[in-house]
Design a protein around this ligand. Sequence first.
Ligand code: SAM
Length: 216
Amino acid sequence: MLIDSYRHKGMRKSLVRTVQEKGIKDERVLQALEQVPRHYFFDKAFLEQAYQDKAFPIGEGQTISQPYTVAYQTELLQVKPTDKVLEIGTGSGYQCSILLQLTPTVFTIEYNEPLYHKAQKQFALMGLKPQAFLGDGSEGLPQHAPFDKILVTAGAPVIPKSLITQLKIGGMLVIPVGDAATQKMMRITRVGEEEFTKEEFDNFKFVPLLGKQGWQ
Ligand code: SAM
């Protein structure tokens, strides 16, 4: 059974203050962080870790991203309530749950089968309804494209061409790009049919994006 106690809510408020102090300003993003019980995505033995501003192992060599990183990427994505969003790297399902606070139309894709099934169970427990897929997200989700926003939650060696071509005109891709040690957060906006702008932000360290257009 999922219990969200006053103590959990209090810890979440203080986590929100922490990410705010680190520079996150978007009120809708801060509200989403306050709404989603991050401890639901943790095993019972590790509940105390859920409201620290840290990444944490979720099995299969993967992690639930640090709350600040989740807030940072979500802020850059500028999600509107009418947006159709694709997340690549479902992992625990936490980032997807944050996106669902901002728009009801969220697609998410995970490469690792056990994590995909675990996240499906989690979404069902929480009554959430993203359109979740198992597969190689480095190629996007062509059968459901185009998207207003695409968010990649794993580090890519290059910007995958198939992702930018699955954006609507005016759409945005937020993706960490770099080598295995460090990646720069990038935001690519499709300003015309064949025209894109690229902005660069801070450095982060993500687990690798695998697959055809990721790390082989
Ligand atoms: N968004 C996740 C969360 O909220 O828990 C955290 C994501 S974790 C940092 C990165 C995830 O990307 C892992 O679950 C990994 O299996 C997944 N991944 C790596 N390569 C992928 C690919 N080509 N397609 C889809 N998912 C991929």
